[in-house]
Design a protein around this ligand. Sequence first.
Ligand SMILES: CC(C)(COP(=O)(O)OP(=O)(O)OC[C@H]1O[C@@H](n2cnc3c(N)ncnc32)[C@H](O)[C@@H]1OP(=O)(O)O)[C@@H](O)C(=O)NCCC(=O)NCCS
Length: 73
Amino acid sequence: MLDKLQKILQKKQCSLIELTVSPKNTPSRKLFEKNGFKNKSGVTGSITKIDELICAKDYYGPGRDFIIFHKKI
Ligand SMILES: CC(C)(COP(=O)(O)OP(=O)(O)OC[C@H]1O[C@@H](n2cnc3c(N)ncnc32)[C@H](O)[C@@H]1OP(=O)(O)O)[C@@H](O)C(=O)NCCC(=O)NCCS
């Protein structure tokens, strides 16, 4: 599914996929890491660490820290 989505986005001239994952969602985080997504949580300027994972602090509101993943396509 990820490969299919990537191909569709490339056809539409998209060059970057951005998504967010809860630091508590280990299976999802691993899925994206295995598929070449990089943790870019620092792009927001405000980071925190949860279970040793760098997260964007309060990304979805107070206390809702999330990992921001990017993949260049
Ligand atoms: C995201 C999803 C598709 C991943 O499926 P999957 O790749 O088959 O997941 P697996 O059960 O094989 O687990 C992947 C990894 O996470 C690990 N893992 C799974 N549950 C875990 C837990 N509770 N704690 C720690 N690690 C865990 C597994 O050991 C595995 O590690 P490995 O790759 O190093 O062997 C599936 O979990 C899902 O449909 N989740 C619900 C929807 C969702 O979360 N979507 C994403 C929203 S951002």
